[in-house]
Design a protein around this ligand. Sequence first.
Ligand SMILES: O=C(O)CCC(=O)C(=O)O
Length: 270
Amino acid sequence: MTSTTPLWLYSGDRVAPLTETVAAIGPAEFAAYQSLGFLAVRSLLTHEEAEEAIDGLATVARPQSPALVEFEAWAQPDELDGDDLLDGVRKLMWFSQHEPRLTALARHPGIISTVARLLDAEPALAQDMALLKPPGGGREKPWHQDKAFFDIPLGTPVVGVWIALDEATLDNGCMHVLPGTHTEGPVVHFQRRDFQICDTEVQVHRDTAVPLPPGGVLFFDGLLHHGTPPNLTTTRRRAVQLHYVPAETPQTPEQERLGVFGADGKDATC
Ligand SMILES: O=C(O)CCC(=O)C(=O)O
């Protein structure tokens, strides 16, 4: 599975600086978010909060869950439990309203206060999801812009919040970003390994990796190009991703989004 991933897309030559805590986010960090499109904080969740979030995910990651759970094709969920069951999950979504520890995560004061500053508006949770990269092949999430997945007016500010629950490293699939791409507008996405930016269009020379300790958080703009390589290690890389938009943001038709981000009807090839 991992052998088909173009690993050259994730150079990891450059590593993002980390702001120590939310309290240390001042005008310079705020300005860096505006110009680079991201801001990484080393310690936001405590060790206990990160563990609670993992326990919460383990509670909802099961067959017949009220959340959306996508198991890997090879997983046999009925025969697994605990961490082993989580290892068989590719993607979890819409869990925060079903699990109190995950509800608390989505309402974490350090997250909400930072997002409110970055959005310059009262935040509303637009989406909660988790990609869990198990040891030995947790799959790549190819380069993309998150706004390519949201049916909201194109000009709406979106802040993504990517929360490392295990240590996220260069080798186990930490986040990679292309600084500044959030100012360059929407780009066409193609259905390839995922709905993604064409591999040949990824400006790999701008790649900046964002390794984080457990409880570290990456805040990023909804138009920032980002992706994560596969987990090539023997340890887990579990993370939660939350997206916030200004309260009262309306929904728009899917066709509107695909008209901007989709390739159909355009002179675009990949
Ligand atoms: O957690 C990951 O590996 C990547 C998540 C991500 O970028 C996404 O799903 O939009």
